[in-house]
Ligand binder design. Structure first.
Ligand SMILES: O=P(O)(O)OC[C@H]1O[C@@H](O)[C@H](O)[C@@H]1O
Length: 300
Protein backbone atom coordinates (compact mmCIF):
# COMPACT_ATOMS: atom_id res chain seq x y z
CA UNK A 1 0.00 0.00 0.00
CA UNK A 2 1.39 3.45 -0.89
CA UNK A 3 1.66 6.01 1.90
CA UNK A 4 -0.56 9.12 1.47
CA UNK A 5 1.56 12.10 0.38
CA UNK A 6 2.15 14.69 3.11
CA UNK A 7 -0.02 17.81 3.26
CA UNK A 8 1.19 21.04 4.85
CA UNK A 9 -1.01 24.00 5.77
CA UNK A 10 0.71 27.39 5.44
CA UNK A 11 -1.04 30.21 7.31
CA UNK A 12 -0.79 33.75 5.94
CA UNK A 13 -0.12 36.36 8.67
CA UNK A 14 -3.32 37.17 10.59
CA UNK A 15 -5.03 33.89 9.60
CA UNK A 16 -3.72 31.77 12.46
CA UNK A 17 -7.04 31.06 14.21
CA UNK A 18 -8.72 29.49 11.20
CA UNK A 19 -5.52 27.70 10.16
CA UNK A 20 -5.17 26.20 13.67
CA UNK A 21 -8.73 24.95 13.59
CA UNK A 22 -8.12 23.48 10.15
CA UNK A 23 -4.94 21.76 11.41
CA UNK A 24 -6.76 20.40 14.48
CA UNK A 25 -9.60 18.96 12.43
CA UNK A 26 -7.51 17.62 9.54
CA UNK A 27 -4.42 16.44 11.41
CA UNK A 28 -2.22 18.20 8.81
CA UNK A 29 1.01 19.95 9.79
CA UNK A 30 0.78 23.73 10.14
CA UNK A 31 3.51 26.24 9.32
CA UNK A 32 3.58 29.90 8.36
CA UNK A 33 4.08 32.11 5.37
CA UNK A 34 6.40 34.94 6.42
CA UNK A 35 6.06 38.36 4.83
CA UNK A 36 8.85 40.89 5.13
CA UNK A 37 8.15 44.44 3.98
CA UNK A 38 11.05 46.39 2.46
CA UNK A 39 11.25 50.17 2.89
CA UNK A 40 10.29 50.68 -0.77
CA UNK A 41 6.93 48.95 -0.21
CA UNK A 42 7.85 45.67 -1.88
CA UNK A 43 7.44 42.42 0.02
CA UNK A 44 9.61 39.32 0.44
CA UNK A 45 7.73 36.05 0.92
CA UNK A 46 9.13 33.01 2.77
CA UNK A 47 7.70 29.50 2.92
CA UNK A 48 9.32 26.51 4.68
CA UNK A 49 12.13 24.96 2.64
CA UNK A 50 11.02 21.32 3.24
CA UNK A 51 8.05 20.96 0.94
CA UNK A 52 9.32 18.31 -1.48
CA UNK A 53 6.44 16.15 -2.77
CA UNK A 54 3.96 17.86 -0.41
CA UNK A 55 0.50 19.16 -1.10
CA UNK A 56 0.81 22.73 0.12
CA UNK A 57 -2.37 24.46 1.27
CA UNK A 58 -2.14 28.22 1.68
CA UNK A 59 -4.68 29.45 4.23
CA UNK A 60 -5.86 33.01 3.79
CA UNK A 61 -9.28 34.59 3.50
CA UNK A 62 -9.50 37.18 0.77
CA UNK A 63 -11.06 40.22 2.40
CA UNK A 64 -8.78 43.24 1.71
CA UNK A 65 -7.54 41.12 -1.19
CA UNK A 66 -5.16 43.18 -3.26
CA UNK A 67 -1.88 42.86 -1.35
CA UNK A 68 -2.73 39.39 -0.04
CA UNK A 69 -3.32 38.08 -3.55
CA UNK A 70 0.08 39.12 -4.83
CA UNK A 71 1.72 37.65 -1.72
CA UNK A 72 -0.17 34.36 -2.08
CA UNK A 73 0.86 34.01 -5.71
CA UNK A 74 4.50 34.63 -4.74
CA UNK A 75 4.16 32.06 -1.92
CA UNK A 76 2.59 29.53 -4.31
CA UNK A 77 5.54 29.93 -6.69
CA UNK A 78 8.01 29.60 -3.83
CA UNK A 79 6.29 26.40 -2.64
CA UNK A 80 6.58 24.91 -6.12
CA UNK A 81 10.26 25.91 -6.21
CA UNK A 82 10.67 23.96 -2.93
CA UNK A 83 9.25 20.86 -4.61
CA UNK A 84 5.53 20.97 -3.73
CA UNK A 85 3.66 18.63 -6.05
CA UNK A 86 0.34 20.46 -5.60
CA UNK A 87 -0.46 23.97 -4.32
CA UNK A 88 -3.92 25.08 -3.29
CA UNK A 89 -5.59 27.88 -1.39
CA UNK A 90 -8.20 27.73 1.34
CA UNK A 91 -9.91 31.12 1.21
CA UNK A 92 -13.24 30.93 3.02
CA UNK A 93 -14.10 34.41 1.73
CA UNK A 94 -13.50 34.80 -1.99
CA UNK A 95 -12.95 38.37 -3.17
CA UNK A 96 -14.34 40.21 -6.18
CA UNK A 97 -17.30 37.88 -6.73
CA UNK A 98 -19.80 40.77 -6.51
CA UNK A 99 -18.18 42.47 -9.52
CA UNK A 100 -19.64 40.00 -11.98
CA UNK A 101 -20.94 42.28 -14.72
CA UNK A 102 -19.87 45.38 -16.69
CA UNK A 103 -22.32 48.10 -15.62
CA UNK A 104 -20.69 50.78 -17.81
CA UNK A 105 -18.47 50.60 -20.90
CA UNK A 106 -14.83 50.31 -19.88
CA UNK A 107 -15.57 48.88 -16.45
CA UNK A 108 -13.57 45.78 -15.49
CA UNK A 109 -15.40 42.53 -14.79
CA UNK A 110 -13.13 42.03 -11.81
CA UNK A 111 -14.46 38.63 -10.76
CA UNK A 112 -13.34 37.18 -14.10
CA UNK A 113 -9.92 38.87 -14.16
CA UNK A 114 -9.36 37.89 -10.54
CA UNK A 115 -10.28 34.27 -11.29
CA UNK A 116 -7.78 34.20 -14.13
CA UNK A 117 -5.06 35.60 -11.88
CA UNK A 118 -5.64 33.16 -9.00
CA UNK A 119 -6.04 30.20 -11.37
CA UNK A 120 -2.67 30.98 -12.93
CA UNK A 121 -0.86 30.14 -9.67
CA UNK A 122 -3.01 27.49 -8.00
CA UNK A 123 -3.95 23.87 -8.58
CA UNK A 124 -7.05 24.25 -6.44
CA UNK A 125 -9.15 26.72 -4.53
CA UNK A 126 -11.46 25.84 -1.63
CA UNK A 127 -13.93 28.49 -0.53
CA UNK A 128 -17.24 28.91 1.32
CA UNK A 129 -20.46 30.44 0.02
CA UNK A 130 -18.89 32.53 -2.75
CA UNK A 131 -21.24 35.25 -4.00
CA UNK A 132 -22.61 33.36 -7.01
CA UNK A 133 -25.14 35.86 -8.26
CA UNK A 134 -24.90 35.91 -12.04
CA UNK A 135 -22.55 32.91 -12.21
CA UNK A 136 -23.92 29.48 -11.41
CA UNK A 137 -20.58 27.89 -10.65
CA UNK A 138 -17.00 28.95 -10.00
CA UNK A 139 -15.89 26.84 -12.97
CA UNK A 140 -17.42 29.49 -15.26
CA UNK A 141 -14.49 31.74 -14.40
CA UNK A 142 -11.89 29.64 -12.51
CA UNK A 143 -9.68 27.31 -14.54
CA UNK A 144 -7.98 25.75 -11.50
CA UNK A 145 -10.03 23.20 -9.57
CA UNK A 146 -12.46 25.41 -7.63
CA UNK A 147 -14.66 23.90 -4.94
CA UNK A 148 -17.15 25.75 -2.78
CA UNK A 149 -18.82 24.60 0.40
CA UNK A 150 -21.87 25.89 2.19
CA UNK A 151 -21.73 27.22 5.75
CA UNK A 152 -25.50 26.82 6.11
CA UNK A 153 -25.40 23.45 7.93
CA UNK A 154 -22.99 25.03 10.47
CA UNK A 155 -25.26 28.08 10.82
CA UNK A 156 -28.28 25.81 11.25
CA UNK A 157 -26.56 23.82 14.01
CA UNK A 158 -25.59 27.07 15.77
CA UNK A 159 -29.19 28.34 15.61
CA UNK A 160 -30.49 25.03 16.95
CA UNK A 161 -28.14 25.33 19.92
CA UNK A 162 -28.45 29.07 20.59
CA UNK A 163 -31.92 30.32 19.61
CA UNK A 164 -35.30 29.25 21.01
CA UNK A 165 -38.19 29.27 18.50
CA UNK A 166 -36.32 30.84 15.57
CA UNK A 167 -38.06 32.62 12.69
CA UNK A 168 -35.54 32.71 9.85
CA UNK A 169 -35.52 35.91 7.78
CA UNK A 170 -33.52 36.65 4.64
CA UNK A 171 -32.91 40.37 3.96
CA UNK A 172 -33.35 40.04 0.18
CA UNK A 173 -34.30 37.65 -2.62
CA UNK A 174 -30.70 36.46 -3.01
CA UNK A 175 -30.72 35.20 0.56
CA UNK A 176 -33.70 32.89 -0.09
CA UNK A 177 -31.33 30.02 -1.01
CA UNK A 178 -29.56 30.21 2.37
CA UNK A 179 -32.72 30.68 4.42
CA UNK A 180 -34.35 27.70 2.74
CA UNK A 181 -31.28 25.51 3.33
CA UNK A 182 -31.22 26.38 7.04
CA UNK A 183 -35.01 26.03 7.37
CA UNK A 184 -34.87 22.57 5.80
CA UNK A 185 -32.25 21.47 8.35
CA UNK A 186 -33.96 22.77 11.51
CA UNK A 187 -37.60 22.85 10.45
CA UNK A 188 -38.12 26.53 11.35
CA UNK A 189 -40.55 28.96 9.65
CA UNK A 190 -38.97 31.51 7.31
CA UNK A 191 -39.63 34.73 5.41
CA UNK A 192 -37.62 36.57 2.75
CA UNK A 193 -37.73 40.36 2.59
CA UNK A 194 -37.68 42.51 -0.52
CA UNK A 195 -34.69 44.85 -0.92
CA UNK A 196 -34.11 47.84 -3.19
CA UNK A 197 -30.60 49.35 -3.18
CA UNK A 198 -30.62 53.11 -3.96
CA UNK A 199 -26.88 53.62 -3.44
CA UNK A 200 -23.84 52.07 -1.72
CA UNK A 201 -25.18 52.95 1.74
CA UNK A 202 -28.91 53.46 1.01
CA UNK A 203 -30.83 50.18 1.16
CA UNK A 204 -34.65 49.94 1.65
CA UNK A 205 -36.43 46.74 2.60
CA UNK A 206 -40.06 45.61 2.95
CA UNK A 207 -41.33 42.81 5.18
CA UNK A 208 -44.23 40.46 4.37
CA UNK A 209 -46.84 39.86 7.09
CA UNK A 210 -45.41 38.11 10.15
CA UNK A 211 -48.19 38.88 12.66
CA UNK A 212 -48.73 35.20 13.45
CA UNK A 213 -45.06 34.73 14.31
CA UNK A 214 -44.58 37.31 17.07
CA UNK A 215 -43.64 34.72 19.68
CA UNK A 216 -40.61 33.68 17.61
CA UNK A 217 -37.05 35.01 17.75
CA UNK A 218 -36.18 36.50 14.35
CA UNK A 219 -32.85 35.31 12.93
CA UNK A 220 -31.54 37.32 9.99
CA UNK A 221 -29.11 35.42 7.75
CA UNK A 222 -26.96 36.83 4.95
CA UNK A 223 -23.79 35.76 3.17
CA UNK A 224 -21.81 39.02 3.36
CA UNK A 225 -21.84 41.77 6.00
CA UNK A 226 -19.91 44.53 4.25
CA UNK A 227 -21.25 48.03 4.99
CA UNK A 228 -23.94 46.13 6.98
CA UNK A 229 -26.58 48.51 5.59
CA UNK A 230 -28.59 45.57 4.25
CA UNK A 231 -28.58 43.84 7.63
CA UNK A 232 -29.14 47.05 9.64
CA UNK A 233 -32.12 48.02 7.47
CA UNK A 234 -33.56 44.53 7.91
CA UNK A 235 -33.15 44.81 11.70
CA UNK A 236 -35.08 48.09 11.70
CA UNK A 237 -37.82 46.57 9.55
CA UNK A 238 -38.13 43.55 11.81
CA UNK A 239 -38.42 45.76 14.87
CA UNK A 240 -40.82 48.21 13.16
CA UNK A 241 -43.42 45.46 12.68
CA UNK A 242 -43.24 44.56 16.35
CA UNK A 243 -41.10 41.43 16.24
CA UNK A 244 -38.45 40.85 18.92
CA UNK A 245 -34.93 42.19 18.39
CA UNK A 246 -33.34 39.81 15.89
CA UNK A 247 -30.21 37.70 15.97
CA UNK A 248 -27.99 38.68 13.00
CA UNK A 249 -25.89 35.97 11.35
CA UNK A 250 -23.40 36.46 8.52
CA UNK A 251 -21.04 34.03 6.84
CA UNK A 252 -18.45 36.65 5.83
CA UNK A 253 -18.00 39.43 8.43
CA UNK A 254 -16.20 42.06 6.35
CA UNK A 255 -17.61 44.91 8.49
CA UNK A 256 -16.07 47.71 6.42
CA UNK A 257 -15.55 51.12 8.09
CA UNK A 258 -18.41 51.99 10.43
CA UNK A 259 -20.44 48.87 9.56
CA UNK A 260 -20.34 47.20 12.97
CA UNK A 261 -21.36 50.42 14.75
CA UNK A 262 -24.20 50.96 12.28
CA UNK A 263 -25.46 47.43 12.74
CA UNK A 264 -25.18 47.59 16.52
CA UNK A 265 -27.11 50.89 16.52
CA UNK A 266 -29.99 49.31 14.60
CA UNK A 267 -30.83 47.25 17.71
CA UNK A 268 -30.12 43.55 17.11
CA UNK A 269 -30.23 41.12 20.04
CA UNK A 270 -26.99 39.46 18.93
CA UNK A 271 -24.50 39.55 16.06
CA UNK A 272 -22.62 36.36 15.17
CA UNK A 273 -20.55 35.25 12.22
CA UNK A 274 -18.46 32.44 10.80
CA UNK A 275 -14.68 32.67 11.17
CA UNK A 276 -14.32 33.07 7.41
CA UNK A 277 -12.76 36.46 8.22
CA UNK A 278 -11.20 37.06 11.66
CA UNK A 279 -13.61 39.30 13.62
CA UNK A 280 -14.82 39.63 17.25
CA UNK A 281 -18.27 38.41 16.12
CA UNK A 282 -16.84 35.01 15.04
CA UNK A 283 -18.79 32.23 16.76
CA UNK A 284 -19.16 29.58 14.08
CA UNK A 285 -16.02 27.61 13.22
CA UNK A 286 -15.61 26.62 9.56
CA UNK A 287 -12.55 24.49 10.37
CA UNK A 288 -14.40 21.13 10.49
CA UNK A 289 -16.18 21.79 7.19
CA UNK A 290 -13.00 22.83 5.36
CA UNK A 291 -10.95 20.01 6.90
CA UNK A 292 -13.41 17.42 5.61
CA UNK A 293 -13.06 18.67 2.03
CA UNK A 294 -9.25 18.93 1.90
CA UNK A 295 -8.12 15.28 1.53
CA UNK A 296 -9.93 14.85 -1.79
CA UNK A 297 -8.25 18.01 -3.13
CA UNK A 298 -4.78 17.10 -1.86
CA UNK A 299 -4.57 13.44 -2.78
CA UNK A 300 -5.46 13.98 -6.43
O1 LIG B 1 -25.26 45.86 2.65
P1 LIG B 1 -23.84 45.43 2.66
O2 LIG B 1 -23.41 44.84 3.96
O3 LIG B 1 -22.90 46.51 2.16
O4 LIG B 1 -23.64 44.30 1.55
C1 LIG B 1 -23.99 42.96 1.78
C2 LIG B 1 -25.18 42.58 0.94
O5 LIG B 1 -24.92 42.83 -0.45
C3 LIG B 1 -25.15 41.63 -1.19
O6 LIG B 1 -24.36 41.57 -2.32
C4 LIG B 1 -24.88 40.52 -0.17
O7 LIG B 1 -25.48 39.30 -0.54
C5 LIG B 1 -25.50 41.11 1.07
O8 LIG B 1 -26.90 40.98 1.03
Amino acid sequence: MTEPKPTVLLAYPGQRALAESLARHSGYALAEIKVHHFPDGEAKLMVPAELADCCVVLVCSLDQPDAKTLHLLFAADAARDMGARRVGLVAPYLAYMRQDVRFAPGEAISSRSYARLLSSGLDFLLTVDPHLHRYHSLSEIYTCQAVHLSAMPALADWIRREVAQPLLIGPDAESAQWIEAVAARIGAPFRVLEKVRHGDKDVRISLPDVAALRAHTPVLIDDILSTARTMATAVQQVRAVGLAAPVCLGVHPIFAGDALAVLAASGPARIASCNSIPHPSNQIDLGPLLAEALPALCQT
